[in-house]
Design a protein around this ligand. Structure first.
Ligand code: EPZ
Length: 429
C-alpha cells in the first residue's frame, strides 16, 4: 500500500496554485446529465479520486462522459438512451454519489438507488433530501438498503430545511430546475459551492435566484441545454496550504482563489497572531513571533468550515496556550485526535469539543489517515514535526488533494510517496 514519508521541521516558502473545487465539481458533473441538447464542457476539473468515482458512476448508468486529465476538462454528451440503475458499490463508495438522485428524478420516472453509507466523520443521514423530494411529489419507499423513487408528478414546492444541508440543497435544486411550477428552498446551505452549482444550472437555461442567500427561488423550465463552464477554485484545498505555511512558520502564497471564500479562516489566523496579506485572487500567510491558541467553532458558511477543522487543530497543537475547537456540523469528526497524540500533541476530546494545550514541537511518528481531512491534518503535522512521519492509508488524501506531494515539494517541503502505482498522469477516462 502507498504511504507518505515526510521529513519535518522545515518552513514552507513560495507560491502554490489552488486547483478546481472538488465539492463544486461533483454536483456540477452530476447535473450535466440534465442537458438534453448540446454537450456540456466543464473546465478546471481537478484530478481527484472522488472525481474519477463520479465519472465511473455516470458511465455505469449509460452517460456519455469523458475526462481529459491533461486539459482538466470533463465533457458530457446528451444521451437519449435511458439511464441504468446506479450500482450499489459506487454509491456506497462515495456519499456525493447520492447527488445523482436530483438530476435522475428529472430524467426518469422510476429510480432505485442504494442508501449512501455513513463514513468516518458521522452518520450522515439523507432525511432532508428525501423530505424535499417528497414535497415535490416524489413517491419515496425505502427497503433493503435502497431508496425507490417514483417521480411521475414532479412539481415545485415550498421547502424548509431543518438545517442548511449542502447535499440536500444541491439535490433539491437539481430536481426543481425542470419541475412544474415554482420551488422555494428556505434555510438552504449558503456555501460557495451552492452558488457555483446555481450559476452552472443557469448557464444551461435554468431559472434560479437567491443561491448563497437564506432563500432560493427556482422556476421550473421545460428543457436545459449544454454549455461550457469553469468550476470555482477549491477553498478547502487553498485553506489547507495556508495552514501548511502557518504550521511550518513559513511564508506561503496561495493563488487562483476567491479571497472572500476564505474570510473565516483568514480572520482566525489573524486572531492567532499570523500576518495575512491578500490580493485580487491570492492570499499569503507570513510567519509571526508566536502563534497564540484560539477557540474555533465550525458552522455552516459563512462560518468556519468543518472541512478545515482537522487542519486548524493540527496548527493549534503547535500554538502557545490552550485552544478549544468545537465541531458543530458532524457528530464524529475527531479521528485525527488520536493520531496527533501519537505525534506528541497534548490534545483530548470532550463531546464535540477538542481541547488542545499547545506545545513547542511535535515529533514525527507512524500514523494512519482515517479520512480525507484528518489525513490532510497529519500531513501538516508531519511537515511541522521534528523527525520523520510515515502516513499510511493515503488513498483518503488522494480523494481531495490534487498532486499534493508535488505542490508541497514546490514549497520546499520534504514529502515522498512510496509504493506509487504507475497511473499515467494524462490518461483520459
Ligand atoms: C458536503 O457534504 C461536503 N461534501 C462535505 O465535505 C462538507 O463537510 C459538508 O457538505 C458540510 O459543509 C461535498 O460537497 C461532496 P451536509 P454533505 O448535508 O452535503 C446533516 C469534504 O471533506 N444532515 O451539509 O454530506 C449531516 O449529518 C466533505 O470535502 C442531516 O441531518 O453535508 C451533517 O451533520 C466531507 N440530514 C450536517 O447535516 C440530511 O438529510 C451537514 O451535512 C443531510 C445532512
Amino acid at each position: 500500500m502507498e504511504y507518505f514519508l515526510i521529513e519535518g521541521g522545515k518552513p514552507l516558502n513560495g507560491s502554490v496554485r489552488a486547483s478546481g473545487s472538488k465539492n463544486a465539481a461533483l454536483p456540477i458533473i452530476a447535473a450535466s446529465i440534465l442537458s438534453t441538447t448540446n454537450k456540456v464542457v466543464l473546465k478546471n476539473i481537478p484530478m481527484l479520486k472522488d472525481i474519477e468515482t463520479m465519472i465511473e458512476l455516470l458511465k455505469s448508468i449509460n452517460v456519455d462522459i469523458k475526462f481529459n486529465k491533461s486539459r482538466k476538462e470533463v465533457i458530457v454528451k446528451p444521451t437519449t438512451s435511458s439511464y441504468k440503475e446506479p450500482p450499489y458499490e459506487l454509491v456506497r463508495k462515495m456519499r456525493a454519489s447520492f447527488n445523482i438522485m436530483g438530476p435522475l428524478l428529472t430524467r426518469k420516472n422510476k429510480i432505485r438507488i442504494p442508501f449512501p453509507g455513513g463514513c468516518a466523520i458521522g452518520t450522515r443521514p439523507i432525511d432532508l433530501h428525501l423530505k424535499g423530494f417528497a414535497m415535490m411529489g416524489v413517491k419515496i419507499d425505502i427497503n433493503s438498503g435502497y431508496v425507490l423513487a417514483n417521480s411521475k408528478h414532479l412539481h415545485g414546492s415550498e421547502i424548509y430545511l431543518d438545517l442548511p444541508s449542502v447535499g440536500a440543497t444541491e439535490n433539491i435544486m437539481m430536481a426543481a430546475v425542470m419541475a412544474k411550477g415554482k420551488t422555494i428552498i428556505r434555510n438552504p446551505a449558503r456555501e460557495p459551492e451552492i452558488v457555483d452549482l446555481a450559476n452552472f444550472l443557469n448557464s444551461m437555461g435554468a431559472d434560479i435566484e437567491g443561491a448563497g442567500s437564506d432563500t432560493i427561488r427556482i422556476r421550473g423550465v421545460n428543457s436545459l441545454t449544454g454549455c461550457t463552464y469553469r468550476v470555482m477554485p477549491d477553498r478547502i484545498e487553498a485553506g489547507t496550504y495556508l495552514i501548511a505555511g502557518a504550521i511550518t512558520r513559513g511564508k506561503v502564497k496561495v493563488t487562483n482563489v476567491i479571497v472572500e471564500h476564505l474570510a473565516s479562516l483568514i480572520d482566525k489566523l489573524k486572531e492567532a497572531g499570523l500576518q495575512i496579506v491578500t490580493g485580487a485572487n491570492w492570499v499569503e500567510v507570513r510567519p509571526c513571533k508566536e502563534i497564540k491558541g484560539v477557540n474555533v467553532k465550525t458552522l455552516p458558511y459563512p462560518g468556519f468550515p468543518t472541512d478545515l477543522q482537522s487542519q486548524i487543530v493540527a496548527l493549534l497543537c503547535t500554538a502557545k496556550g490552550t485552544s478549544i475547537v468545537t465541531e458543530s456540523i458532524f457528530d464524529k469528526r475527531t479521528a485525527h485526535v488520536p493520531e496527533l497524540k501519537r505525534m506528541g500533541a497534548d490534545i483530548s476530546v470532550d463531546g464535540n469539543n477538542i481541547i488542545i494545550n499547545g506545545r513547542k514541537k511535535l515529533t514525527g511518528a507512524e500514523v494512519i489517515a482515517p479520512d480525507l481531512r484528518a489525513g490532510a491534518s497529519l500531513v501538516l503535522a508531519g511537515l511541522a514535526a521534528e523527525g520523520t512521519t510515515k502516513i499510511s492509508d493515503i488513498f483518503h488524501i488522494d480523494r481531495g488533494y490534487e498532486n499534493i506531494e508535488e505542490k508541497i515539494q514546490k514549497l520546499g517541503g520534504h514529502i515522498k510517496r512510496i509504493g506509487k502505482e504507475s497511473v499515467p498522469k494524462a490518461a483520459n477516462i
